[in-house]
Structure formats: C-alpha cells, structure tokens
Design a protein around this ligand. Sequence first.
Ligand SMILES: [Zn+2]
Length: 143
Amino acid sequence: MKLTDNFTINEMTYSVTALANKIDNRPSVEVIANLKSLCENVLQPLRNHLGCAIIVTSGYRCPQLNRKIGGKPNSQHLKGQAADLVVPQKKLKEVFDYIKNNLPYDQLLYEFNKKDKWIHVSYCSNKSNRRQAIDNYAAESFS
Ligand SMILES: [Zn+2]
C-alpha cells in the first residue's frame, strides 16, 4: 500500500530482525496514520528535492522489535512517527542540513556508531514539533 508517491507501508515497516525472529511488525491504523503523515510532510518532500532514492533502514517498530534491537523505550519509532534513513547517492550531512533548513520535523539526529551513520527524523501530526536538531549524535541505543 502506498503512503505517498515514493513510500509504501511495506518499506516503512520492513525489518530483517523482525523477519528473522518471527516478530509481527504489522502497524495499527493509528501507526499507519502517523507513518503517512511522516511521509507526506518530511520524507516525500525530501525525496522530491533530492531526486534519488531514500533508503529507510528503520521505520515503525512494534514494542517487541524495539526491545530486540535495543531501541529506547520511548522511541518515536514505536508510534510510527520516526524513520532512520540513508541516501547512498548524496552526502548524508548535506541531506541533514537540507532537512534542518527546509522541512518540518520534531527531532532530527545525525547519528553514528562504530559501523554506520544515518539520519533519524521524526514528525508529530498531533502536537507541535520541537524542531530539535543534533548534528553529531553518538548512538548507544537506537533513537
Ligand atoms: Zn531512529
């Protein structure tokens, strides 16, 4: 099911860890509404600007999946309000700066650990967005 032109429910809920551990990561109606809002307000406008693929490495996480990967207990991924993403064809820092300066968001993190770097971005449709941006966030657990 499409959420916007370039984003589907499938990619916003897909998880290798969920599949490997037989975790049912299907979203509720409320979660779907939040994912759609995140795509409509942040991810699709970003995709339109970049003109190339955005890889969502983690979108919605059910509580069981969130625990399994070591996500924070209050993570916005639990509500379908957040996505972790990379853009292989662009410099990630430039993508971060574009979101920061041009798009709505609740929390925007340029995250890294020993192996990887990625952008975490969240959006709230039901309350005002904090516009908290951190450009060098050492990930000890997943936000
Ligand atoms: Zn995240």
